[in-house]
Design a protein around this ligand. Structure first.
Ligand code: PLP
Length: 384
């Protein structure tokens, strides 16, 4: 057995990030500044997007995108029942009412047919999540958004490298929201980004992200001379710091190399688990690019002869870190009480949430780490 615990989602950090953080600290400009501006430019270029605004989390990105899309109390916003709580909480913080749609059992992404069933005269926006890095059915969802006059805000927390029919995730909707949390494909510690194609949307996001202070207020202490600012809205404190951007700039330089490495690990897992009585992730669909953010196994107690929770414990005992992405949203007491949601009403999300396990997939894994993960999975499933 391994000596050291394999931390789930530990990022691949290299010397370039460390040196850039040190240089940032030595520069005296730690807060939002030139490195954030550079990270925004380079991220927008990578995504072939017109505009990017860096913030301090994807949760903040979603909140601001929803506000900038104009949703108001009484408006309904449809999202998936299989996501991290932040997606739903952002809708609530924007003052709107979240409405859940079930997922497709194979892709685990929001099911456009269920979105159609959930539309009402109050539906104002749609928040699809490209789950695990697999693109949603953007043809159907974009069509629905257009026909029903809904804004679309893509939750791309898992989907930095994702593409659908030649187009990059986060550029289909009015806004694309990204996460650079420690376990993500590009990390800044905590951090997020909003992409948008419209200049006026960018301006509103920027103002809301920094207290509602007028444009380019972050420059007020720069060598261009002190500038007065005006508060034009009751904004938030969501700005990214240069220390974070220092990490992100170099992470972004290696985004494709890290993607290649995760693709290799993904293929090795696929081969190794082919004969086991557990369900592997579906192959990526034709003409799409999967971001390979999460490798999720489904453990069905009836066929695997072990429960998902025993599997989690078994992996931990063998010093392999694991995750659960996610218990379906209606499993949580807050949402049950606030909205009367019941897991059984979203049967696909419920089943996946009760069977799913994410195993390590970071580009940091060595070949021997990967073989340790495989050996642990095999011993638990075979030994059951
Ligand atoms: C699907 C999804 N949306 C939103 C978020 C929130 O991201 P952040 O932690 O950057 O706020 C996460 C983070 O795990 C996520 O997985």
């Amino acid at each position: 057995m391994r000596e050291q615990f394999l931390v789930f989602g530990a990022p691949a950090i290299e010397d370039a990030e460390i040196q850039e953080v040190v240089a940032t600290m030595r520069s005296g400009w730690l807060g939002t500044g030139p490195r954030v501006a550079r990270f925004e430019r380079e991220f927008a270029a990578y995504k072939a997007a017109e505009h990017a605004a860096a913030v301090n989390s994807c949760t903040a990105a979603l909140h601001l995108a929803l506000l900038a899309s104009g949703v108001k109390p009484g408006d309904e916003v449809i999202t998936t029942a299989l996501t991290f709580c932040a997606t739903v909480n952002a809708i609530i913080h924007a003052g709107a009412t979240p409405v859940l749609a079930d997922v497709d059992p194979v892709t685990m992404n929001i099911d456009p047919a269920d979105v159609t069933r959930k539309l009402t005269g109050r539906t104002k926006a749609l928040v699809p999540v490209h789950f695990a890095g697999r693109p949603c059915d953007m043809k159907s969802l974009s069509g629905l958004a257009e026909r029903h006059g809904m804004k679309m805000i893509e939750d791309c927390a898992h989907a930095i490298e994702t593409m659908y029919r030649g187009r990059k995730a986060g550029t289909f909707g009015d806004f694309g929201c990204f996460s650079f949390y420690v376990t993500k494909n590009v990390v800044t510690g905590e951090g997020g980004m909003v992409l948008t194609m419209r200049e006026e949307d960018l301006a509103r996001i920027k103002v809301l992200a920094l207290h509602g202070m007028s444009k380019d207020a972050w420059k007020r202490f720069s060598d261009e001379g002190y500038r007065h600012y005006q508060v034009v809205d009751a904004g938030f404190k969501y700005n990214m710091m240069d220390i974070q951007a220092a990490i992100g700039i170099h992470q972004l330089e290696r985004v494709e190399a890290n993607w290649q490495r995760r693709q290799e690990i993904w293929q090795r897992y696929d081969e190794a688990f082919a004969g086991l009585p557990i369900t592997r992730p579906a192959a990526p669909e034709r003409d799409t690019r999967h971001a390979y953010h999460l490798y999720t196994l489904l453990i069905d107690e009836r066929t695997a002869r072990t429960s998902r929770d025993h599997f989690l414990d078994g992996m931990t005992r063998q010093k392999i870190g694991v995750g659960v992405h996610y218990l379906s949203i209606p499993e949580h007491p807050y949402y049950q009480e606030a909205f009367g949601w019941r897991p059984e009403d979203f049967p696909n999300a419920m089943r996946i949430g009760r069977q799913t396990v994410s195993i390590p997939l970071s580009a940091r894994l060595s070949n021997s780490d990967v073989e340790d993960v495989i050996a642990a999975v095999r011993s638990i499933v075979r030994g059951a």
